[in-house]
Write a protein that binds this ligand. Sequence first.
Ligand code: G
Ligand code: MN
Length: 383
Amino acid sequence: MSSTTVQSIRVLVVDDDPLLLGATVRLLESPSIRVQGVSSAQEALALLQSQPIDVLVSDLQMPGMTGIELATAVRRFDLDLPVIFLTGSPSVETASRAFELTAFRYLQKPVPASVLRALIEEAVRLRDLVRARTHGPEEGSLADRGTLVAALSRAVATMTMVFQPIVDCATHRTIGHEALMRTREPLLPHPGAVLEAAEKLGRLHMVGRTGRALVAAVLASRADGGTIFVNLHPSDLADPELYLSDAPLARFASRIVLEITERASLEAVPYVSSRMAELRTRVYRIAVDDLGAGYAGLNYFASLRPDIVKIDMSLTRGVDADPVRAKVVQSLVNLSHELGMLVVAEGVETLGERDTLVEMGCNYLQGYLLARPAAPFVAIEWL
Ligand code: G
Ligand code: MN
């Protein structure tokens, strides 16, 4: 995702007075600010747990649940959502509670829309600054384990698979697809975030099983697509389900290449060689994924004896313009071929990269230049 993308700020306004609520929503709404209004703290809380919101603007005195109670509940799962309180009757007591809850502002109504808009923008700017300094984007909002569990469950429930073509350099035809996980969970917006959450919660096997079952469901409904490359986290190798003869993927094994990433360590997985042997008797093929991106590097060749090597995009990016990169990639291609392995170059984005990688002897290419991941199955051919 590009950091230059201009995204509008998502504001949630909560006020039990319908006239005030309507007016605030109307006056704040602008091209850079998208506003949702709700009339109770309970509704606000539900919304904050299910949607990404950048700033909360809340009334204090509301029947049922007050603004302070709302912010207290929010802080259990989101430590840095900026909160702006608006109140008709300020008091020292609520102001000091607001302070404890790290509210961004505590203001007496009425507040002119232009002032509120400027404060909202300032709050988001400050939040981004703090986030950039203390941790990567989006982390602070997942501080609570319960929230993380709920987010992961939603991510698994909404998981789908997209498929990116892999093209043969000799025939220019699609020989297969890599299956890639996608979810619709805003708190875990990309596969890396899902896997990180699953790792923290000890649920990597659940995520892996779900992904493999989804791939199997697609394959059961259609015969095309060619060879299907399926990503495994190294810890999936310790999941007994992978080796069951009635696992969902098992009956498609002859079409499957299991990709094992080099980004994460294999060290925690005992008996790697015998597990590889077991997978091979089940007629899966094995690939080393992301070669060049991690730290384990070439020792994966020895421990996995892969059939296929996938060279990471950090090495293929600009390979046509960088002599050192070109040497590294060429050596990896030669070494792989000497060991009887086929080579996929990943992340091909330009014609220059494509032509250089073909010239170097890569067997297959994958990347945005050829096709983006999409619904199954789009066979493409380059000209
Ligand atoms: O780690 P692994 O190789 O499984 O990751 C593949 C990821 O790379 C997918 O998320 C996919 O969307 C992305 N991807 C595929 N092709 C390209 C490309 O040409 N450029 C970039 N930047 N990303 C790509
Ligand atoms: Mn992969």
